[in-house]
Design a binder for this molecule. Structure first.
Ligand SMILES: Nc1ncnc2c1ncn2[C@@H]1O[C@H](COP(=O)(O)OP(=O)(O)OP(=O)(O)O)[C@@H](O)[C@H]1O
Ligand SMILES: [Mg+2]
Length: 261
């Protein structure tokens, strides 16, 4: 791994609790994420990992706790506001427009940054045309970066699953995020696709300096690429530290071995 410089705390999750009726999806969870790090969230199925990301990006409203992003504290994040603050995410179940081309899917990631109004855009007139060109150039750069040039015009639904996941990453990157939340970006992939995705995640982190919060089940991937790891189990935090520390934590070991704890 490169000798990157981990910075200040950029995202601070404080005492988050989230209930769905009688189900406690998250119980008093606190952890922080530092600038430029790859912060993994791991845990068995139903541990609350996706719910945690959904609290961070404003999809779920936790009953307790708060989240501080770049010094601003929120009780409830609001999805649009979070995106504007520079947080993007990919989804465990892809959220792409399957009938639309790769380019057009990536352009949806630029929506937030498109300033001119729809009428001017429709007329492709003056500033709107210039703006559209700029956005297209940004999207083309991401396409090159992710090595999907050959599929630029292909409807996303026709691509193999591994490439669809890559397009989903591209859509998130098109938002030029400071923090990228990735929910199982390698799930369902074969070994080669996983290796590619790992490389892209590392390159995004390295080349763009993007801070990454990564949910991943594959332990070898987590141990290889993350700087620090949070472990959730039944909505509780049972471990937090470097990959080595977490691997040696008895609570983590028993959660993964399925013994009572
Ligand atoms: N919208 C919802 N309504 C009701 N219960 C929910 C909802 N979202 C999550 N839960 C519940 O919260 C708990 C945590 O779910 P979550 O999806 O966060 O787990 P996870 O760690 O992401 O699991 P997996 O590894 O299977 O993706 C589960 O018991 C789940 O059934
Ligand atoms: Mg999940």
């Amino acid at each position: 791994m490169s000798k990157k410089k981990i910075g200040e705390v950029i995202l601070d999750v404080q005492n988050i609790s989230l209930r769905f009726g009688g189900v406690k999806a998250l119980s008093d969870i606190s952890f922080d994420v530092r600038e430029h790090e790859i912060r993994a969230i791991i845990g068995p199925n139903g541990a609350g990992k996706s719910s945690m990301l959904n609290c961070i990006n404003g999809v779920y409203k936790p009953q307790e706790g708060s989240i501080t992003f770049r010094g601003q504290t929120f009780k409830h994040m609001n999805s649009r506001q979070v995106a504007e603050l520079g947080v993007a995410r990919t989804f465990q179940n892809l959220a792409l427009f399957k009938g639309m081309s790769v380019i057009d899917n990536l352009m949806t990631g630029r929506n937030l940054r498109i300033k001119s109004n729809l009428l001017l855009q429709a007329l492709r007139w003056g500033p709107a045309e210039r703006e559209e060109t700029e956005h297209r150039e940004k999207v083309e750069r991401i396409i090159d970066f992710l090595e999907i040039q050959a599929h630029r015009k292909t409807p996303v639904g026709q691509l193999p699953y591994g490439l669809q996941k890559r397009v989903d990453l591209g859509r998130a990157l098109a938002m030029e995020p400071q923090v990228l939340l990735l929910d199982e970006p390698m799930a369902g992939m074969n070994v080669e696709e996983k290796q590619d995705m790992c490389r892209f995640v590392l390159d995004v982190n390295d080349e763009f300096g993007t801070t990454i919060v990564l949910i991943e089940h594959d332990m070898s991937v987590v141990m290889d690429i993350s700087d620090r790891v949070v472990v959730l189990d039944y909505g509780k935090k049972i471990g937090d530290g470097s990959p080595g520390e977490v691997r040696a934590n008895p609570d983590v070991i028993s959660a993964y071995l399925g013994t009572s704890h």
